[in-house]
Design a protein around this ligand. Structure first.
Ligand SMILES: NC(=O)C1=CN([C@@H]2O[C@H](COP(=O)(O)OP(=O)(O)OC[C@H]3O[C@@H](n4cnc5c(N)ncnc54)[C@H](OP(=O)(O)O)[C@@H]3O)[C@@H](O)[C@H]2O)C=CC1
Ligand SMILES: CC(=O)[C@@H](O)[C@H](O)COP(=O)(O)O
Ligand SMILES: [Mn+2]
Length: 385
């Protein structure tokens, strides 16, 4: 029986992790759940999975939750804020921490889990985008094991299990998002509801918008750099609209391994929890009779310049990756609130990066210094527009 803490249990990855656990109750026990403000979903999860620790990050929602659960007759530790998240991430009993918060909010608790030497199933890509060097070095030092959950990185992880030293190239596949066929002019007029219609995956709002701008693929290039210790020039992106091949690895002898499957995050989530073993999953089987062609194309960075911004930031250094991420989080949030247009997401991130002066990144304090700077500049740009 493995004990699982889920950071972000009320989100898309969090809920699907609980689906996997629900289907395999004799394999997994839930020992900690965390949410930000979605306490109705959290309440139902607590009744069903009976964890030892529950965290509501938002203080007002925490107070509400605490009083609503008062009549529950089992002992649960109910915590809030950053300290609460760190507690769930480092809980003694936990075997695997599922890191499924969205954005840089995931960094501190994920880092705490790594520092404690935990096995971390990592969905929160922003952790590696903003602090990849620090987190992977600490993981080595503390013997923590990071298992990728992001579908592309899980695919690569599955392909390279025993062949790491022979890799020549990583090929990340990208669906191209809902606007793959739109012209640059048409992209100026797309709406929020259009952008939220991902062709293949049902995900949280932030990553869905990132997929539409192709920033998601840019963040994934940076994530791959740290997970697999690969230089940017050896990480390639191909548009693969079917999202059946989740990514590929080319080896020095020219052999290419790919991992395929239906686009269902429960597959990489389950693998991250059962690794190195596999267990049966009854749904989500690929029916080849329904897929008579798989296609590939080069990404168009003129229409989708966020991908190039991310490659440039990676080449530029750690500080630029943090600035890219902070500005993107602000821009996506403004777009989700209907305050800026779709193509303004790129404009804002590009302008923040133009004004960025690099600093050396040696600690999480340095990471948050650049993150704060980037967010403030992005918000100033919004106010002045
Ligand atoms: N969804 C997917 O299929 C995939 C997601 N990922 C990555 O996984 C991560 C999670 O994505 P996804 O599940 O889609 O995101 P969601 O927005 O669906 O869920 C985010 C979770 O984080 C919680 N949360 C948000 N902000 C805070 C905060 N400030 N403090 C504490 N908790 C917070 C939310 O709580 P509440 O609900 O209470 O607000 C929720 O539980 C992202 O990094 C994403 O890029 C990677 C591959 C696929
Ligand atoms: C499911 C997953 O891992 C997402 O990151 C997904 O890959 C997004 O699709 P895009 O390929 O459109 O970015
Ligand atoms: Mn992905």
């Amino acid at each position: 029986m493995k004990n699982i803490s889920i950071l972000g249990s009320t989100g898309s990855i969090g809920c699907q992790t609980l689906d996997v656990i629900r289907n395999n109750r004799d394999e997994f026990n839930v020992c900690a759940l965390t949410a930000n403000s979605n306490i109705d979903i959290l309440y139902k999860q607590v009744l069903e999975f009976d964890p030892d620790i529950v965290v509501v990050a938002d203080y007002e929602k925490y107070k509400e939750f605490k009083s609503s659960i008062a009549s529950y007759n089992k002992h649960i530790e109910i915590l809030h804020g950053e300290d609460g998240l760190n507690c769930a991430a480092t809980y003694e009993k936990t075997d695997i921490v599922m890191s499924a918060l969205v954005g840089i909010a995931g960094l501190k608790p994920t880092y705490s889990a790594v520092e404690k030497g935990k096995t971390v199933a990592l969905a929160n890509k922003e952790t590696l985008v903003t602090a990849g060097r620090i987190v992977t070095n600490t993981a080595k030092e503390k013997n923590a094991f990071i298992i990728p959950v992001d579908s592309e990185h899980s695919a690569i992880f599955q392909c390279i299990d025993r062949n790491r030293e022979f890799i020549s190239k990583i090929i990340l596949t990208a669906s191209g998002g809902p606007f793959r066929k739109k012209t640059a002019q048409e992209l100026k007029d797309v709406t929020l509801s259009d952008a939220l219609q991902h062709p293949n995956w049902n995900m949280g709002k932030k990553i869905t918008i990132d997929s539409a701008t192709l920033m998601n693929k840019g963040l994934e290039v940076i994530e791959a750099r740290w997970l697999f210790d690969m230089a940017a020039q050896n990480i390639q992106v191909y548009i693969h609209p079917e999202s059946i091949i989740h990514s590929m690895v080319e080896f020095i002898d020219g052999a290419v391994l790919a991992q395929l499957g239906v686009p269902d995050m429960k597959i990489p989530i389950q693998y991250s929890l059962t690794y190195p073993e596999r267990i049966v999953a009854s749904d989500s089987k690929l029916d080849f009779s329904k897929h008579n062609s798989l296609s590939f194309g080069e990404p168009d960075t003129d229409r989708f310049p966020c991908l190039k911004l991310a490659y440039d930031a990676l080449l530029d250094g750690d500080s630029s990756c943090i600035a890219l991420n902070g500005a993107n989080e602000v821009a996506v949030s403004l777009f989700l609130q209907g305050k800026i247009g779709f193509t303004e997401i790129y404009d804002m991130v590009a302008k923040v990066l133009e004004g960025h002066s690099k600093i050396n990144i040696n600690s999480l304090d340095d990471v948050f210094q650049v993150d704060n700077w980037s967010r403030n500049v992005a918000l100033e740009l919004y106010k002045k527009r």
